[in-house]
Design a protein around this ligand. Structure first.
Ligand code: SF4
Ligand code: SF4
Length: 291
């Protein structure tokens, strides 16, 4: 018996074949790296702890909640179906991570809580939109910020006349004085304001505060008999936004939207703001400082 091991000899490749194999290897490696890189791009927001978009009420309070939300949401679209202003959309492939997950583009259509009872939260079968929310004022979707004060009409001391976002804008809002149960086109509700205060005037939280005060007054004179009319919001919620005089960097005092603790980040102020792009926007990742 021989102790020499038999060794299989590799076939000798021609120089041309070796070059061809090298190129195939490089091409395959580049394609694999591309696919992996593309997939990882989608995960970047999670790695960085950032969200891609404003989520519906109840989805998010901290960046950890966002990760849990993305894994618990089954992308059934139930929340999309019940929203009366069609504020909620399901993310397409181009949104990256969280394909099929619900999000809100506030500039296009904000959540104005016109369903009153947080219908999206009630419709969510998994609790990804937490059922612990009782009132719109309990939500914390983000936090408004006057991103470009120079564009704000109030800061410039200007009024506003006409449709807030122009005649072709398709966004909807609930105007109680028109029809409490049927939101209408913003384009069908022209304004005539000496000083623009649209972000304050249309803020659902500020509207609710006014309603609470009116209801309290009415209750005092026994005009309100239907307790049911008080459903839907805690009364009164904390202020979300106000116009206040602020001394600017140039030493001149100007009227300025000031965001308050009660802001829920619904995005109605961003939606209704007439300048293009909006002077006021929603910060999504600032919420954790506020809660
Ligand atoms: S709370 Fe109501 S109005 Fe707001 S997104 Fe949910 S269903 Fe739409
Ligand atoms: S200030 Fe803007 S984002 Fe905040 S609650 Fe009011 S409308 Fe919504």
């Amino acid at each position: 018996m021989s102790d020499k091991k038999e060794t299989k000899r590799k076939p000798v490749l021609s120089a041309k074949r070796r070059e061809q194999s090298r190129r195939e290897f490089l091409r395959t490696s580049a394609m694999a790296a591309g696919v992996v890189g593309f997939s990882l791009l989608g995960f970047l927001p999670v790695i960085q702890g950032k969200t891609l978009a404003l989520r519906p009420p109840g989805a998010l309070k901290t960046t950890d909640d966002e990760k849990e939300f993305l894994s618990s949401c089954i992308k059934c679209g139930q929340c999309v179906q019940v929203c009366p202003v069609e504020a909620i959309k399901l993310a397409d492939l181009d949104k990256g991570f969280g394909v099929g997950s619900p999000y809100i583009d506030a500039r296009e259509q904000a959540c104005d809580f016109s369903c009153d009872g947080l219908q999206c939260v009630l419709a969510c079968p998994t609790g990804s939109l937490t059922h612990e929310l009782n009132f719109p004022a309990d939500t914390r979707m983000g936090f408004a910020r006057l991103a470009t004060p120079g564009k704000c009409l109030a800061v410039q001391g200007k009024g506003f006349k006409g449709a807030a976002r122009g005649p072709d804008y398709k966004g909807l809002l609930r105007y109680d004085e028109v029809d409490r149960w049927n939101p209408i086109l913003v384009a069908d509700y022209p304004y005539d304001l000496e000083l623009c205060d649209l972000c304050v005037r249309q803020c659902p939280i500020e509207i609710r505060i006014t309603q609470c005060l009116e209801e309290d007054e009415a209750a005092k004179s026994k005009k309100v008999e239907r307790v049911a009319e008080r459903h839907g919001n805690e009364c009164p919620p904390k202020h979300a936004i106000a116009l206040e005089p602020i001394e600017m960097a140039d030493g001149v005092t100007r009227i300025h939207p000031v965001i308050k603790e009660g802001c829920v980040g619904c995005g109605v102020c961003e939606m209704i703001c007439p300048p293009e792009p909006a002077a006021i926007v929603i910060d999504i990742d600032k919420i954790t400082e506020m809660v």
